[in-house]
Design a binder for this molecule. Structure first.
Ligand code: BF8
Ligand code: SF4
Length: 632
């Protein structure tokens, strides 16, 4: 039963037996081969930022300083800031792709359209653009221009942040001197600040880290979500299914993997258009499934079923049923080509910065998106024809899920209970204690944790204690596979107070039963929706975000992006749980600041706990403290 030590996902367990029998290495095997992992790296006390190194600090004795004189505190803080800049750069580059598309839509160069005019107008007004008497392309052009200033402005306060952040927060950040200018300038500055012989002051480096968190939140997450909603439409509740059982041996199976919906939306469109060609090739049609966050994007807006999350990507290929996996950027294991070679299926990379040896590269551009998507889908049909006698093992595991809970969709459901004052039922129930509080579970899988276990165990405990959960990213995948994105979980697992509220809202919204106890809000950039919800809730209750009975949790974080999102959450004033420590434990000063002292400055802090029951207890204790402070 070794496979149950690696994952709680039954489909993944079945597939691991197959890869083991076939002698195909997966992420778990490579993790084992890496043991023991470097202690210096784990503690964050190695530095290779200049050619006099690499240097490492001995946590138990000498040496205490690197060749240049940097000590453990400096090295840990510097490494952390570089990681934060890495995660932030990924989100900001993603946002840029969307902004570039909006700009080109406005000038009429590309085959994308504006699907949500209301969001366009609302966004324009919020960032100070006069919309009266202008057509939507004119407004889109100005919105793109403002967005570009947020990305590349060299002075002043970042526009997207000023437009959306609560005033109280802006004042706090301004006092600390952490309000960013344009995103590119700040990311560049972090790289400069951490280079040899520049900043040695851990506090100054950590404040620069907070600034990266704000760049991530506003120029990455928020900007990407706003523009993607404008182009692809606002998510509304959808039903779908999750897990590898969504693959179907009788269909051409196309998997979209990565993050930016500009590619996956087009691929989906062409899968629908070329259905007849797939039938002519002997398939029953084309089946599209998603992995990671682009999977979340097309689930939220199109109901495309998610096949698996980060740790399951190789296992999807091991089914032998994936005819083509098309990827863009982020969280793509370089091993996917090896696994596909051992089983079946083409791996297609599409972005100039994300190529994988052994994959086919079909460069994706906004101008030729249709031709390229058509080519990719045609290749998947050809690949299907070559499937031949490849054994196909699709685990019969799939869970019904509901997704698509944008803030607008949640307010829509609540307005069925109180059309005049939609937030009132939610806030009244929080005040009355039927809902104890709310927790956002976000982020990744990490091979160091049994896949999905932390997400699922933590959330079960929270909902049993009447905590409403909202989820994004690979956390939402994990919870979906475990049945927690379905109303049955409300009936079977939620505490009585939470169950009563979700049932009342679900019935008023015409679902004929409760809402799920976990509301799927989308991809990792959609964490901005959580920020919007917190801002709205705090505004409605007349308190600050840091005073709300809420928390965030990344139960199984792996990516630098998870760290930058978490830093943004802490900057907003949110108590943020991590199921694994970042590589900072080599500095007591840095660890102490992030898990304790920072609370006095920002109202939020990090809380690290890897046992799900203890983590739930810690989060609930925090929520109760906040309720108490509010007199609830
Ligand atoms: O942006 S949750 S493993 S897929 S990094 Fe990656 Fe982490 Fe998954 Fe999405 Ni987010
Ligand atoms: Fe060593 Fe300092 Fe160079 Fe880092 S910057 S490698 S600590 S000499």
């Amino acid at each position: 039963m070794w496979e149950t030590d690696k994952t709680i996902d039954k489909a993944a367990q079945q597939m691991l037996k197959i890869t083991a029998a076939d002698g195909v290495a997966t992420v778990w095997d490579r993790y084992e081969a890496q043991q023991p992992q470097c202690g210096f790296g784990s503690l964050g006390i190695c530095c290779r930022n200049c050619l006099q190194g690499p240097c490492r600090i001995n946590p138990f004795g000498e040496p205490k300083r690197g060749v240049c004189g940097a000590d453990a505190d400096t090295i840990v803080a510097r490494n952390l800031l570089r990681s934060l800049a890495g995660g932030t750069a990924a989100h900001v580059d993603h946002a840029y792709e969307a902004v570039e598309a909006l700009e080109k839509i406005a000038t009429g160069d590309i085959d994308y359209v504006i699907k949500d005019e209301n969001k366009l107008i609302a966004t324009a007004r919020q960032v100070g653009i006069e919309t009266d008497g202008k057509d939507s392309k004119g407004v889109a052009k100005e919105v793109a221009q403002k967005a570009l200033e947020t990305l590349s402005g060299h002075e002043g306060e970042m526009g997207w942040l000023s437009a959306w952040a609560p005033k109280e927060r802006v004042d706090v950040w301004r006092q600390l001197g952490v309000i960013p200018r344009g995103a590119d300038r700040e990311i560049r500055e972090a790289m400069h600040q951490t280079s040899m012989g520049v900043d040695a002051d851990p506090t100054n480096l950590l404040l620069a880290g907070v600034k990266q968190g704000l760049v991530d939140g506003y120029a990455g997450l928020k900007l990407a979500t706003d523009i993607q909603d404008i182009i692809f439409g606002m998510p509304q509740p959808v039903k779908s299914e999750a897990n590898l059982g969504v693959l179907n041996a009788e269909y051409v199976n196309v998997v979209v993997h990565g993050h930016v919906p500009l590619l996956s939306e087009k691929v989906l469109e062409w899968c629908r258009k070329l259905e007849d060609e797939a039938k002519a090739a002997g398939a029953r049609g084309i089946n599209v499934a998603g992995i990671c966050c682009t999977g979340n994007e097309v689930l939220m807006r199109q109901g495309v079923p998610p096949a698996t999350n980060f740790l399951g990507q190789e296992l999807a290929l091991a089914t032998g049923a994936v005819d083509l996996m098309v990827v863009d950027v982020q969280c793509i294991l370089p091993s996917v080509t090896n696994v596909a070679q051992c089983y079946h299926g083409d791996i297609v990379t599409t972005m100039p910065i994300a190529k994988v040896p052994g994959a086919d590269h079909i460069p994706f551009s906004l101008e030729e998106a249709d031709q390229q998507a058509e080519k990719i889908v045609r290749q998947s049909i050809e690949s299907y024809k070559k499937r031949g006698s490849t054994p196909v093992h699709i685990p019969d595991e799939r869970a019904l899920i509901f997704a698509g809970f944008s803030v607008e969709a949640i307010i829509g459901a609540l307005s069925k209970v109180n059309a005049e004052d939609p937030l009132k039922p939610l806030v009244d129930n929080i005040k009355a204690g039927n809902i104890l509080g709310a927790v956002a579970t976000v982020g990744c899988n990490n091979v160091k944790v049994k896949q999905d276990m932390m997400h699922v165990e933590l959330v079960k405990e929270l909902i049993a204690n009447n905590v409403l959960v909202i989820a994004t990213g690979c956390s939402a995948h994990a919870l979906g596979k475990a049945g927690l994105l379905h109303p049955d979980a409300t009936n079977n697992l939620a505490g009585n107070g939470l169950k009563a509220v979700l049932t009342a809202v679900g019935e008023a919204a015409g679902l004929g039963g409760p809402l799920p106890p976990v509301l799927h809000m989308g991809s990792c950039v959609d964490n901005s929706r959580i920020g919007d919800l917190l801002t709205a809730l705090a505004g409605y209750m007349g308190v600050n975000i840091k005073d709300l009975p809420v928390a965030a949790s990344a139960p199984e974080p792996q990516h630098e992006k998870a760290l930058s999102i978490g830093t943004w959450a802490v900057a907003l004033g949110v108590f943020t749980h991590l199921g694994l420590p970042p590589h900072i434990l080599g500095s007591k000063a840095v660890t102490g600041t992030l898990t304790d002292k920072v609370e006095d400055l920002l109202g939020g802090k990090f809380y690290v706990e890897s046992d799900p029951a203890k983590a739930a207890a810690g989060i609930i204790r925090h929520i109760k403290d906040k309720r108490h402070a509010l007199g609830l």
